[in-house]
Design a protein. Structure first.
Length: 205
């Protein structure tokens, strides 16, 4: 069984104010932490970066490719660089740098167990309300994390025709694939604000 990861680090940092994936974190860069985690669980790692950074050396990655104009396009750019004999493919956001080995292991087990896509999720503790009014029952809602894991053939098939989606599991589901959820980890935070980076500093030690 050949396992590969696509680490998506192609964001422009527009919302954050700069490219957060290149910011320092615990003696390395944010994306280095994600690359190390992927490298510990996979045979190879494809790193997707902004087009103007594609020529930079990234020793923690097997291959570096330029991303596209959307997240889905960036994943497809990474997918094109994954060897055709890969059987399991992880897709992970570089903006989730905190090491959580148990999540990677649970996701892998779900794919090996027969799922087309496996998504780590965590409960939502805050009360939810629709913008237009009305409470939302949080009992039926979870927050989605990465790494998401896929049977390679299912992921490639889901991206055929260049569809767009908020995440890759949604594309697999839309294509008729079987999606399974597993426990994520609250420490597996996504860096979207400077405060998130401060929290990650405490966890990446």
């Amino acid at each position: 069984m050949s396992t590969w990861a696509i680490v998506v680090a192609g964001g422009s940092g527009e919302r954050f104010g700069q490219r957060k994936q290149y910011l320092p974190l615990g003696g390395a860069r944010v994306l280095d932490w994600a690359l190390r985690a992927a490298g510990q669980h996979c045979d190879g790692v494809v790193l997707v970066v902004p087009a103007d950074a594609a020529g930079e050396s990234e020793p923690l990655a097997t291959t570096v490719v330029p991303g596209g104009t959307t997240r889905s396009a960036s994943v497809r750019a990474g997918l094109a660089a994954v060897p055709s004999d890969a059987t399991v493919i992880f897709v992970h956001d570089a903006a989730r740098p905190v090491p959580v080995p148990g999540v990677w292991e649970r996701v892998r087990a779900g794919v090996i167990g027969g799922a087309d896509a496996v998504v780590p999720v965590v409960p939502i503790s805050d009360s939810l309300r629709a913008v237009g009014g009305g409470a939302i029952d949080r009992a039926g809602v979870v927050a989605v994390q990465t790494p998401q894991g896929f049977r390679a053939e299912a992921l490639r098939s889901a991206h055929h025709g260049a569809p767009e989606g908020t995440d890759d599991a949604s594309l697999v589901e839309a294509a008729g694939g079987r999606v399974v959820v597993v426990d994520g980890d609250e420490r597996n935070l996504k860096i979207t604000t400077p405060i998130d980076l401060e929290r990650a500093e405490l966890l990446c030690r």
